[in-house]
Design a protein around this ligand. Structure first.
Ligand SMILES: Nc1ncnc2c1ncn2[C@@H]1O[C@H](COP(=O)(O)OP(=O)(O)OP(=O)(O)O)[C@@H](O)[C@H]1O
Length: 443
């Protein structure tokens, strides 16, 4: 019974007859004469493995093949006309795009195995490439002990309505934490207004916070509601609170004590109900000790304190974070990019990330657009490889490592039942035993 669908791209039709004559078990092949036809067939979608026939030196341009392979999540096998491999007519860079390659005359058993292998890999990887589970809570990625501790603290913070001070390095996720508190608290239906105290000219902060009446000063052509009032019923997030000038610290303290504001140019006092969440990347206690931040305001803001750990203190979260960023930005990546090389992942885990998660997001987004590789490298991320000069593996080594991975996975799946594993991979038990022996797989 033919159950596995394969696509054969054969411009001249040279190898088709030979392929059919092999009567490969379990396989049903559709033959198309051009890459456009291949694309159309693949869009309709049932093939798991594609075979591209190279019957002469000028069969296909490398970039055409690359574009085809990059766009479809199936495995590809190259079938090479006699002598093409030895003559070097098909460049190694083209062959590297393929899962495997076979030269004429075709060896039935080897091709049968290769197809089963590619099929198994597609099945396995399609399960793996499900969008990664976020793995964390509160819309955050991370299951490291430090993040788990943060989630436990958040469980308590969202249940009450007191002010919160969030500390942590720049880019570590303080604003994300503030959003999480808002979204999981009783104020979720109210507004979330964010204001960066470090990004606004000191002369404007007062009116930004408290608003003004028409005619309050030159240029005040109409009344403006300030951020405190705009956050009424919700949350006011004050980022970089350490940058708030001392006179404004006094005004903010007064508001926190009285829950009333007065717009600039008005005498009317307006009652406002907001929860203030402040964030700082500087040590505010030190700023208090240095006289740069009011102690009474510090205590008012620091009723509940959260610390977001820097990324280098939760390295185990890095691969997951990178995958989550990749999944979120899938729609705007370069078409051939399929994921991260293991070298890139190891380099990311070792890198100190001075800009924390923001830096990771930026580097991954940039690499996804700019990379010219199938798997993003450390260099694509602009990071020095943690592994020094890496010697590229040969095709033979690559093939052996993929074979080992697929066979070990299938053996695990079928609890080391060799007959069942061989059947699933589409090879005989004898072949499987031979491969287990060659690849030194321990049963
Ligand atoms: N645990 C996380 N999971 C997923 N994304 C995260 C996580 N932490 C941070 N990010 C992302 O990293 C970026 C920076 O986060 P955020 O703006 O919250 O940092 P910050 O500490 O407030 O930075 P700054 O101090 O510069 O204001 C955002 O894109 C945010 O979504």
């Amino acid at each position: 019974m033919s159950s596995r669908k394969g696509l054969v791209v054969d411009r001249g039709g040279a190898l088709c007859a030979e392929l059919h004559a092999l009567e490969l078990q379990d396989w049903d092949f559709q033959v198309v004469p051009s890459l456009d036809a291949a694309r159309r067939t693949l869009a309709a979608g049932s093939a798991s493995v594609g075979l591209v026939v190279f019957d002469s030196v000028s069969s296909w341009l490398e970039r055409e093949i690359e574009a085809l392979i990059a766009h479809h999540d199936i495995e590809w096998i190259a079938l090479l006309g006699q002598g093409l491999l030895r003559s070097g007519a098909v460049p190694a860079s083209t062959l590297r795009l393929f899962h495997d390659f076979h030269s004429m005359p075709l060896d039935r058993e080897r091709l049968q195995f290769s197809l089963g292998h590619a099929y198994g890999k597609v099945q396995f990887c399609s399960r793996e490439s499900e969008p990664p589970q976020v793995g964390g809570r509160y819309g955050m990625t991370g299951t490291s002990p430090k993040m788990l501790q943060l989630y436990r603290q958040l469980d308590k913070v969202v249940a009450v309505d007191a002010p919160v001070l969030i500390g942590g390095e720049s880019g570590s996720g303080k604003e994300l934490v503030a959003h999480a508190i808002h979204q999981h608290s009783a104020r979720a239906h109210g507004p979330f207004i964010a204001m960066n105290c470090g990004a606004i000219a000191p002369s404007l902060i007062h009116s930004e916070l408290f608003g003004y009446e028409r005619g309050a000063f030159t240029g005040a052509t109409q009344r403006k509601v300030g951020n405190i009032e705009a956050a009424s019923g919700g949350v006011l997030f004050l980022d970089e609170i350490g940058d708030l000038p001392l006179d404004l610290q006094a005004s903010l303290l007064r508001f926190l004590q009285e829950k009333m504001i007065t717009r600039v140019g008005s005498t009317e006092r307006v009652k406002v109900n907001v929860r203030v969440i402040a964030a700082t990347h500087v040590d505010l206690a030190r700023a208090v000790a240095d006289g740069r931040f009011r102690q009474d305001l510090y205590y008012r803001l620091n009723v509940l304190h959260l610390h977001v750990p820097p990324l280098r203190e939760r390295r185990e979260d890095i691969p997951r974070l990178a995958e989550a960023v990749f999944a979120d930005n899938r729609h705007q990546k370069s078409s051939q990019v399929k994921g991260f090389s293991s070298e890139a992942v190891r380099t990311m885990v070792d890198y100190p990330w001075p800009g924390n998660v923001r830096e990771l997001v930026n580097r991954v987004q940039q690499a996804m657009i700019m990379s010219e590789h199938k798997f993003i490298t450390a260099a694509d991320l602009g990071l020095p490889s943690a592994e020094g000069e890496v010697v590229a593996p040969t095709l033979e080594e690559l093939r052996a490592s993929v074979e080992r991975e697929v066979i070990e996975t299938s053996l695990r799946k079928y609890r080391n039942n060799v007959s069942e594993t061989a059947r699933q991979l589409g090879i005989s038990r004898v072949t499987l035993y031979r491969m287990i022996d060659r690849l030194k797989i321990i049963l």
